[in-house]
Write a protein that binds this ligand. Structure first.
Ligand SMILES: NC(=O)c1ccc[n+]([C@@H]2O[C@H](COP(=O)([O-])OP(=O)(O)OC[C@H]3O[C@@H](n4cnc5c(N)ncnc54)[C@H](OP(=O)(O)O)[C@@H]3O)[C@@H](O)[C@H]2O)c1
Length: 238
């Protein structure tokens, strides 16, 4: 879909990749961007096209209110996410629950409530789920998080099939490490959120089902296409 003239909603828009996605959408000509955040006072953009929206994706009543307030959305970007659980052997059940509640069930709950809105969009609509290279193969240092992102990838595939014919495209964005709070303690090369956001929007405009939005993602995506086993081994060795 064309970003120009679209009405976008970005979850987790107050910082990190979500904030960069809001800026990139404005730069690419979106006519309105709902910047959804748990704490709207942290949405700082002064662009008149930005509409702050209170939304904790784990709260059903807030999702329902967001659907009422943003009934003209044509591009839903499910960016909100957490990485609470690390190694699967040592992560607490509470940490695993947090990752699955946010990355899987929160994302699905938002999509379910927004499907009727997206169905009404003249000219079709798009859902982008911000997943991770860890959706395609586990990064054992973040094994619990990887499992949640793999589940979210599977749900993305289900939705793509189920929404086919309703003129709603369902895309997966699969970034490598991004220079945000989420991985600030992991010493590894990272791409800036601004560059990842631009890469995501290029993929949206091309309608790519699997968007690899940064140089590491492109490289790892090529390996995944070549051999899922080699991909798994490469991730296991990081
Ligand atoms: N950083 C990476 O290396 C990396 C790599 C691949 C994919 N990703 C994915 O990119 C997305 C953005 O991550 P990030 O790197 O920008 O992380 P971040 O800087 O930690 O930001 C996470 C965002 O998600 C929001 N959020 C968390 N739980 C939420 C909930 N229940 N309801 C609404 N918002 C919630 C946070 O809001 P608060 O400010 O209120 O906490 C924050 O705005 C995530 O889906 C992440 O899994 C990140």
């Amino acid at each position: 879909m064309k970003i120009q003239g679209s009405v976008a909603l970005v979850t987790g828009a107050n910082r990190g990749l979500g904030k960069a996605l809001v800026s990139a959408l404005l730069e690419a000509g979106a006519s309105k961007v709902y910047a959804a955040a748990r704490d709207v006072s942290k949405v700082t953009s002064s662009d008149p096209r930005v509409v702050p929206l209170a939304l904790d994706t784990s709260k059903a009543e807030q999702i329902a209110a967001a659907v009422e307030a943003a009934a003209d959305v044509t591009l839903l970007v499910n960016n909100a996410g957490v990485a609470s659980s690390a190694n699967v052997l040592t992560a607490s059940q509470a940490a695993m629950d947090t990752d699955f509640r946010t990355n899987v069930f929160g994302t699905l709950a938002v999509i379910k409530r927004f499907v009727p809105v997206l169905e009404r969009a003249r000219g079709g609509a798009t859902i982008v789920n911000v997943l991770s290279l860890a959706s395609l193969g586990s990064f054992p240092a973040l094994g619990g998080y990887s499992a949640s992102k793999a589940a979210a990838y599977s749900i993305t595939q289900s939705l793509r099939a189920e929404l086919k014919g309703k003129r709603i495209e369902v895309l997966a964005a699969l970034p490598g490490p991004i220079d945000t709070d989420m991985v600030k303690d992991l010493p590894m090369p990272k791409t800036s959120p601004a560059d990842v956001a631009k890469g995501v929007l290029v993929g949206v405009e091309r309608g790519e089902e699997d968007i690899f939005p940064d140089p590491m993602a492109v490289q790892m995506g090529a390996l995944w296409n070549k051999s899922h086993k080699e991909y798994e081994r490469a991730f296991a060795s990081f």
